[in-house]
Each structure stands twice: as structure tokens, then as C-alpha cells.
Design a protein around this ligand. Structure first.
Ligand code: COA
Length: 185
């Protein structure tokens, strides 16, 4: 009987998460182009970093200092709005996005944000699986929001970052992630 060979799951890769800076922009942009069907223009990232006082952007660096993923958000009043989160296609399924998302949530909690919103494509199941793990729930749909393929946008939200149901889950998931990174990273 022929043996079936399935590729082993990639190992988690710990990343150092640090504020995005000018020196990261070319690597960030290479990921942006690879990750999104309608990437932002390069100039948007520079504008976010240097002109948008509501913007908070981070990169995940591997142990060589290479950018493997990034994310950004706006913080307005007591609401965080995640604008993007992307990982280099060659480095996916290594818990990089999850580390960055945990960092964003933590950043929001430390700065007194009450809720977090984001938009996700209806058929972007990988991203939705990640957000569901951290208790983001759908609140509305923007029909045919994405012009490239008329895909709907689902608006996801964590309504109350102080709610015990959110906090308990966040602490549990974060601990599990830490253990996994220590074991395999
Ligand atoms: C979505 C994205 C950021 C995930 O990045 P990643 O580093 O590969 O994700 P992680 O390894 O941290 O995965 C964490 C969890 O997300 C979910 N997930 C991620 N990729 C998945 C996939 N291809 N299929 C199913 N679930 C997936 C799983 O629940 C996973 O946990 P598990 O490994 O225990 O199963 C990445 O696929 C990406 O850059 N996509 C293009 C850009 C994009 O769509 N961004 C989101 C915009 S809203």
C-alpha cells in the first residue's frame, strides 16, 4: 500500500513586534502587494506613519530582523479600527498573524479602547478563523463592498474589551499561544 506523505505543519515562529518605521516600508509593501488583490498605494503607508495621528502600525520581525508580517489600526476616541493585517505568503501558518493580533488587542486595552472593529471579506475564511478565536463577532454586512470582485465585507467587532467573557478568552488564548511559541519557536 502506498504511503501518503502530508507535509508537516509549519512550526510557530516567534516574532518581535515593534512599531513600523520608515526602514520597514519596502518590506511591508512587498507583503502588501503579495497579500491583497487591491493593495494600498505605497504612499498610503507613509501617510499613515507620518501624517495620521490616529494611526498605530506594527511589524513582526524574525530573528534576522526581516519583516514577516504587519498590521495597523486607527484609534479614535474609545474605538480601535484594524485597517490591515498581513503575513508574507512564504511564512504563513506560523502564528505570526496571531502574535500581531494579540499585540494590537493588548495595545488597545492599554490605551483604554472600549471596542475594536474591522472589515473582512465574506470568503476570507483564514482571517475569519483567526478573528473568531479572539471573539470578534459579525455586526453587519456591506454588500459588494470590494470593487475587484463585488465581494461583501463583513464588519466584525469586539464590543467591550473589559467584558469578562472577552478578557478570560483573551488571557486563555494568549497563554496557549505563548506556550506553543516556547515549545516550538
Ligand atoms: C489571514 C492571515 C493574516 C493569517 O496569517 P498567518 O500568520 O498565516 O496566521 P496564523 O498562523 O497566525 O494563524 C492563526 C489562526 O488563524 C486561522 N488561520 C490562519 N490561516 C488559516 C488558513 N489558511 N486556513 C484556516 N485557518 C487559518 C487558524 O485559526 C489559525 O490557528 P491554527 O494555526 O491554530 O489553526 C494571512 O493568511 C494573510 O496575510 N492573508 C492575506 C491578507 C488578509 O487577508 N488579511 C486579513 C484582512 S481582514
Amino acid at each position: 500500500m502506498a504511503l501518503s506523505h502530508t507535509a508537516p505543519a509549519p512550526l510557530p515562529l516567534p516574532v518581535a513586534i515593534t512599531p513600523m518605521a520608515q526602514e520597514h516600508l519596502s518590506e511591508v509593501y512587498a507583503i502588501e502587494i503579495a497579500a491583497y488583490p487591491r493593495p494600498w498605494p505605497f504612499k498610503c503607508f507613509a501617510d499613515e506613519l507620518f501624517r495620521n495621528k490616529f494611526a498605530h502600525y506594527f511589524v513582526g520581525l524574525d530573528n534576522t530582523g526581516a519583516v514577516r508580517g504587519y498590521a495597523g489600526m486607527w484609534m479614535i476616541h474609545d474605538e480601535g479600527h484594524i485597517t490591515n493585517i498581513a503575513v508574507d505568503p512564504e511564512w504563513r501558518r506560523r502564528k505570526i498573524a496571531e502574535q500581531i493580533l494579540v499585540h494590537l488587542i493588548n495595545h488597545c486595552m492599554q490605551r483604554g479602547m472600549r471596542s475594536i472593529f474591522l472589515e473582512v471579506r465574506r470568503y476570507n475564511l483564514p482571517a475569519q478563523m483567526l478573528y473568531t478565536r479572539y471573539k470578534f463577532t459579525p455586526v453587519s454586512v456591506r454588500e459588494r463592498y470590494y470593487a475587484d470582485n463585488d465581494e461583501d465585507a463583513i464588519i466584525l467587532r469586539v464590543q467591550n474589551l473589559d467584558a469578562p467573557v472577552f478578557r478570560d478568552n483573551f488571557d486563555r488564548q494568549r497563554r496557549a499561544l505563548r506556550v506553543m511559541l516556547e515549545q516550538h519557536g
